[in-house]
Design a protein around this ligand. Structure first.
Ligand SMILES: Cc1cc2nc3c(=O)[nH]c(=O)nc-3n(C[C@H](O)[C@H](O)[C@H](O)COP(=O)(O)OP(=O)(O)OC[C@H]3O[C@@H](n4cnc5c(N)ncnc54)[C@H](O)[C@@H]3O)c2cc1C
Length: 512
């Protein structure tokens, strides 16, 4: 039964939840992005008696990083991202990180398949579609790197279907738009994995949000901004939440708090005063895409094509030309181009960055900045680019790209984590980190990569760290039902990989 007055969470904005807030919840989830929606669904499924509430400061779920156009929609499985397979000093390729990411995405697909089989969410093609993942490199040295990488990766059954070519005819078949007007003498190579996917994380998050708000006993409050989290003497948390429509403030207590607030996770974690949050700082990097809806161009590009990052570029700025499938319509996206804003969320405040600096993290912030001057220079150059210069970049992919076909779209805001580091003062981190206090009563997700694709894995980590006894005993069987491969290694088990990929292919209506 619906639990609040104004519904329509999925398609329309909610105005407000008029149901009075309880004074105590077992679980408070902050933020209506993919992470809180995933954790809320998992917790509700593992223990339906839990008293759970989700607060979202905006009028709808998934309006920040999880929104379709705010991210690239790549179902990151390490099929195409060259930064997951570094070349070691001895010239061999290290694929261990790629194997981890591939396994983590299989966990997400199992979780979504479970939600489909329970009818909690429906119509998988509205949020996930098959889309080949390709890596493309130019020049003799990089072609050699890709050849070696392909040889190494196909020894693992996780990547054994990966194809490699340097042949222009084959490439024209795979990526006609990129190959158009290219000289026969040009040296380039590509790999292709048909198993890749494009994911609309926004629609997926809202589908989970609809389930939680309408078909579960989880309370969902939109336009509710969590302002402060303080520890109580009895081990619970005091949470201050402000209704943004009326300006009323409420105080409630919670046994467990998850901060899934995206860019705002850092200041909220800081407000909790847990020692584990000390020394963290945030560095906001905004992004932009070039997007085209021209059907002639789209017909000639049906893949996600990732290249190598330039020497000074951070890993999240690897250029890629991607097919997107959003609300049933196809489009192409190229980028990202980095931008700079002092906001921690797209709908945040310009004071976010200055207000986040305090005595505990200033050394980390300064250290990270000092040791990353090339990154600063890279960002300055990116920010100063005109549309014409961005189109010039695109022409490295699409030789005859025309400015009038492409529009500039603002992507989501990332807050890269800066972590305390003895040698450098502070170090810029590009991964995702789950921060948990000593007794596992508060957890937060910091960072943005590989992001939404590995959300189910990240939320399982939260459960394992914060509810270890339950995970080991009471919740064990249910977890196994939700994630059939839970606790097993796919990298070591070809039969299991095949079986689970067939299962998720069928449930999610994928081609491969
Ligand atoms: C440019 C870009 C490209 C990306 N590409 C990919 C990709 O291709 N594949 C991939 O898997 N991932 C990608 N990511 C990463 C991915 O988008 C994120 O990891 C993921 O969406 C994060 O989800 P979240 O729930 O943590 O945060 P969000 O989706 O940002 O949600 C946080 C929510 O918390 C709310 N909130 C904040 N503060 C408060 C508060 N105090 N009280 C109440 N609510 C609050 C916000 O309004 C927001 O709705 C990309 C990200 C960016 C920026």
């Amino acid at each position: 039964m619906p639990k609040f007055v104004v519904l329509k969470l999925y398609n329309m904005p909610l105005t407000a939840n008029h149901k009075p807030l309880k004074s105590h919840y077992d679980v408070v989830l902050i933020g209506g992005g993919i992470m809180s929606a995933t954790l809320g669904t998992l917790l509700h499924e593992l223990d339906p008696t839990l008293n759970i509430v989700i607060f979202e400061r905006l009028g709808r779920f998934a309006r920040e990083s999880s929104a379709a156009w705010n991210n690239a929609g790549t179902g990151h499985s390490a099929f195409c991202e060259l930064n997951y397979t570094p070349e070691k000093e001895d010239g061999t390729i290290d694929i261990s990180k790629a194997e981890q990411i591939a396994e983590q995405f299989e966990i997400s697909k199992q979780f979504w398949s479970y939600l489909i089989s329970k009818n909690y969410i429906d119509k998988p093609t509205e949020f996930i579609n098959s889309c080949p993942h390709m890596s493309l490199v130019f020049g003799k040295d990089d072609v050699e790197f890709l050849r070696k990488r392909h040889e190494k990766m196909t020894q693992s059954h996780l990547f054994k279907e990966m194809e490699f070519t340097t042949d222009h005819d084959q490439l024209r078949e795979w990526i006609p738009l990129i190959m158009s007007k290219r000289k026969e003498t040009e040296i380039l190579a590509a790999t292709k994995m048909d198993l890749g996917t494009d994911v609309n994380f926004g629609t997926l998050t809202r589908k989970m949000g609809r389930f939680l708000a309408e078909d579960s006993n989880v309370d969902v409050y939109l336009y509710h901004d969590v302002k402060d989290i303080d520890p109580n003497a009895d081990g619970t948390w005091e949470v201050e939440v402000k209704n943004r429509l009326h300006g009323h403030k409420h105080h409630l207590t919670a046994d467990f708090v998850f901060i899934g607030a995206g860019g705002y996770a850092l200041p909220l974690l800081d407000s909790s005063d847990i020692p584990e949050s000390e020394g963290y700082g945030g560095f906001p990097v905004s992004g932009q895409w070039l997007v085209t809806h021209n059907p002639d161009l789209i017909a000639k590009h049906q893949a996600k094509v990732y290249t190598l990052a330039t020497v000074d570029a951070p890993p999240m700025s690897v250029p890629h030309l991607d097919l997107r499938i959003i609300d049933g319509k196809k489009a192409l996206l190229f980028g990202p181009f980095a931008g700079f804003s002092t906001k921690f969320l797209k709908e945040g405040s310009y004071l976010d960055l200055p207000e986040s600096i305090n005595l505990k993290n200033i050394r980390s912030l300064f250290g990270a900045w000092w040791h990353n001057l090339p990154l600063t220079q890279y960002l300055v150059r990116q920010v100063a680019m005109t549309k014409d210069q961005r189109i010039q970049h695109l022409r490295e992919f699409v030789k005859d790209a025309k400015e009038e076909d492409w529009e500039l779209k603002i992507a989501g805001q990332r807050v890269q984590i800066i972590k305390k580091n003895e040698q450098e003062g502070g170090k810029l981190e590009f991964g995702t980190e789950v921060v948990v206090n000593e007794n596992g009563t508060i957890a937060s997700l910091l960072g943005a990569s590989p992001g939404a694709s590995t959300g189910a894995f990240a939320m399982l980590q939260v459960l394992e760290k914060c509810f270890p006894d339950k995970v080991a005993k009471d919740w064990k069987d249910k977890l196994q039902e939700i994630i059939p491969t839970y606790g097993q290694s796919l990298a070591e088990n070809p039969e299991l990989t095949k079986r689970i990929r067939n299962y998720t292919k069928e449930k999610l209506n994928l081609d491969y």
